[in-house]
Structure formats: structure tokens, C-alpha cells
Ligand binder design. Sequence first.
Ligand code: CA
Length: 217
Amino acid sequence: MRVLIIEDEPDLLRGLAQALREEGYAVDTAEEGEEGLFKAEGSDYDALVLDVMLPKLDGWQVLQRLRKTKKTPVLMLTARDQTRDRVKGLDTGADDYVVKPFDLPELLARLRALIRRTANQTRARIEIGEVAIDTAARNVFHANVPVILTAREYALVEYLALHRGEVVTRTTLYEHLFDEDDSTLSNLLDVHVSNIRKKLGHEFIVTRRGHGYCIEL
Ligand code: CA
């Protein structure tokens, strides 16, 4: 999953980006509204973490303009717990919000829930044949036995599982699993898929030649 954080407080931005990377997200950042909007319009992020008080364009303006072209789920960081802010946020098209100063585990849980909802997956646990994926704990089981996946392998499995039944192109996977600073080697994806198949069974991920990868329904 790839997330864009738009936040102008350097320490908060750095801390949040690090926390999300530790959770396995690919993370891009922007320190002001114009740059944030430019990035948000230019990529299909799985979610945006958007601060309200920002230089150049504030969070409301970013959201309003973004909604003309993109449905990207947006988690707002509001400064005060005021009904006015919340109503404004929901009216403008925000999907959820947390109030600063926020509790990191709560923000992470809300972000996961937001991404699941967008994929029409209401439960944190996804079961596909003998494979079970716990998206809250980021654990994977095969026939009830825990399987150790690398962060990238997990991200790939989770993305395909949330889009089960769809053929996901290589381009889409690169866009959602790698951040803007990653150098991407085109054969890397095949290596990850091959390793996942060794761990979860060869049939788990189907290759559609010339199209992409798929976890079948
Ligand atoms: Ca701010």
C-alpha cells in the first residue's frame, strides 16, 4: 500500500513517515498543500494523510480540488476536536479524521480500516483457501501455520488479496508497493512472486501473461 502524507511540521512528518514505513507502507511526503495536491493528483495512492493547517493551500483546499478528479481515501489530521471541523471535513469529502495530538496506534488502525473499506473488505482477517491474512497484525498463515514473509512480500500479498478476483497489472503493483524514492528493477516483482509461491503454494498467485497477477476468487 502506498500512502502520501501532507504535513508541514517536520518532526511530525518524519515520525509519521517512519512509523508507516515500519508498518510496511510505501510512503511519499509533502510539506505544503500545493506540492501535496500535485503528488496526490499524479498518482493513485491507497490513502492520503492530510493535515488541515498547511502553507500555500490548506487541507480543505487540497481536498476540495483533489475530489474533482480523485476518490483517494483521505484521513484528515484536525487540530481541534470541533464539530465544525468534522462537519466541514465530511462535507468536503474526507473519509475519516483524527484529532491532534493523536495516538499513533489509533491513526494506524483508522488508516488500515480506511484502506479495507475502500476495497470493500470489512474484516481485518482475509481467508483465501488455506491461506489466512491478518491485516491488523500483518501475519500470514498457511494451513494454520504462520508463514514468514518479507515486508515487500507481505505488501504484495495484501494488495492482491484486497483486490481478489481482479487482474492487477505490473504497473499498478509498482505504483502501489514502491515509493517515489525506490529504484525499481522490472524483474524484482517476479522474484517476490516466486518467493511467495514457494511459501504459500504455487497456485496462490496466478500469472496472466501480458496482463499481470491475480489471486482468484
Ligand atoms: Ca500543520
